[in-house]
Design a protein around this ligand. Sequence first.
Ligand code: C5J
Length: 221
Amino acid sequence: MISIPAQPYNYELLNLQNVALVIIDMQRDFLEPGGFGAALGNDVSRLRSIVPVLQQLLETFRQLHLPIIYTIEGHKSDLSDCPTTKINRGNSELKIGDIGPLGRILVLGEPGNAIIPELEPLPGEIIINKPGKGAFYNTNLPEKLSEQNITHLIFTGVTTEVCVQTTMREANDRGFECLLIEDATESYFPEFKQATIEMIRSQGGIVGWTTKAENLLQALQ
Ligand code: C5J
């Protein structure tokens, strides 16, 4: 049994066979000027602070040969998987599917849709393309998790209160034990990040647990 100090109480792994690292949407569209996040008026530079911690987590999971799952928010080039409501939302000049400095905004395969080079996936690591905020909606993530008997998910990535929280809630409802790594997730809005962390671990861990990366890394040594 591996016991990781966390809030609201220790997060426990029976063994390392059933755990995966989930890295949500660390794509250029959200982290670089000229992408979707910037088009919505956000200061995208805030999100880069978590990159070194994510690199440490990646290195450890790779050394231990544990599954790593990346998600990418993006749409088919004909936008057939993108609701009109999502395209029309907000008042930015560049909408989903429009051509911006990083290629077509939030379209799969475009330069802006790639994971940032610092966290580039290795062959064999799982990439889930998702049209929604949650990674279980309209994807093959459930099959990928059940193929490997994954029961415990370690959540990281951006943004804390949107795609990370949505996916964590979806996973929690499906019976996964979910741990959010506080210093490996970030938001354009620090107050939203903090509120999300508190919501997740409130009421006895109603959505799951939260901890700092060093607690997980020490427990995995
Ligand atoms: C957003 C995400 N914020 N990855 N996507 O639209 O959180």
